[in-house]
Structure formats: structure tokens, C-alpha cells
Design a protein around this ligand. Structure first.
Ligand code: PRP
Length: 182
């Protein structure tokens, strides 16, 4: 375990099991359809690649990516969302499934889901590996949730603190001393 991690919240095995279940559910709901998986860079990337491979080949899947900014290098949301890198292709008339690592205050997803709907997508749904409802400031409907988590500062499996820890194969709780020292 990384020295800055206090406790492992979800192990590699628990994450793999839950992602397989999410993939099965999504495969059932989109059977015979085409869907664009929209990964929100960068945190979602690890979850995205595992989830995509857990979706059956009876779903016609394509990938696109978007990058939004709301946090900067801080643990506190600024509430402002900007698109830093837009999708490569239009989503008009398409089923879109946004793939996120975490929904926290809801600021990013509230904005992003509205933005994608306004582009004329046939449907826009959201799958989030982690949901932190205690922190919500703006409402967001999360269609598929991996785990509902208390308000811990979590890192790993794509989730960062100041761009670190994304490569950890588990989700862990960061030691308070790491961000209190900063
Ligand atoms: C995280 C996460 C979501 C957003 C959720 O991204 O991936 O996009 O914050 O927080 P919110 O519900 O309070 O808006 P972050 O901005 O940290 O960028 P990253 O994905 O590059 O780590």
C-alpha cells in the first residue's frame, strides 16, 4: 500500500467485481443499440477502460473524450466549469453514456449532462464509479453507480490529489497529513 494512503476502501478485486456487474447491466440496457461512451478526462480513464471491456459485443460501442475543469489543484471546488477539450464528433441523434470516476458536488456533471443534451443527443445517461451524495451542491441523476462513498478524500484508480496517485490499482483514503501539509 502507498505510504500516503491511510486505508484501502475498495481493493482491485472489489473494483473488478463491481465493474463487471455494471458492464452486465449496461449491456442489458443497451442490447442491440449503439452508444457513445464519453470519458471525462482524466480521472475516469482507468474506470473507462475496464468498463468498456465489460460491455458485451451485442452493444455497438464507440469512444469519445471530453476534458472539463472545475477544481484546479485544490480539494475545494470552485464551482466554475470550463471545457478544456471537446468531443471529437457530434453526438446529435446518438445515445451517450458519460463515464465518470466520481460525482462530488455535482458541479461538473450538472453542467456536462445539460451541455450534451443541448447538442441533441438521443439520450444522455451517466455511469459513475463513485458517488458522494453528502457533498452534493447541485442535483445530478446518476443512472449507474459503482459505490456510494462517505465524504473521505479518496485517491487511486484514476482519482488524484495534485495529479498524484492515479495509477494505484485500488481506491484508498488519503492521509490527512498529505493535504494538510500542502
Ligand atoms: C473530478 C471528477 C469529476 C469532478 C467531480 O475531476 O473526475 O469530473 O471532479 O466533481 P464535482 O462533482 O464536484 O464537479 P477533476 O476536476 O478533479 O479532474 P480530473 O478528472 O482530471 O482529476
Amino acid at each position: 500500500m502507498h505510504q500516503d494512503v491511510k486505508e484501502i476502501l475498495y481493493s482491485k478485486e472489489e473494483l473488478g467485481q463491481r465493474i463487471a456487474e455494471l458492464g452486465a447491466e449496461i449491456s442489458k440496457d443497451y442490447a442491440g443499440e449503439s452508444v457513445v461512451l464519453v470519458g471525462v478526462l482524466k480521472g475516469a480513464i482507468v474506470f473507462f477502460t475496464d468498463l468498456a471491456r465489460a460491455i458485451d459485443d451485442n452493444v455497438d460501442v464507440s469512444f469519445d473524450f471530453i476534458s472539463c475543469s472545475s477544481y484546479g489543484n485544490s480539494t475545494v471546488s470552485t464551482g466554475v466549469v470550463r471545457i478544456l477539450k471537446d468531443l471529437d464528433r457530434p453526438v446529435e441523434g446518438k445515445h451517450v453514456l458519460v463515464v465518470e470516476d466520481i460525482v462530488d458536488t455535482g458541479t461538473t456533471l450538472h453542467y456536462l449532462l445539460g451541455n450534451l443534451k443541448s447538442r441533441g443527443a438521443k439520450s444522455v445517461r451517466l455511469v459513475a464509479l463513485l458517488n458522494k451524495p453528502e457533498r452534493r451542491k447541485v442535483p445530478v441523476d446518476v443512472d449507474y453507480i459503482g459505490f456510494t462513498v462517505p465524504d473521505y478524500f479518496v485517491v487511486g484508480f484514476g482519482l488524484d490529489y495534485a495529479e498524484q496517485y492515479r495509477q494505484l490499482p485500488y481506491i484508498g483514503i488519503l492521509k490527512e497529513s498529505v493535504y494538510e501539509e500542502a
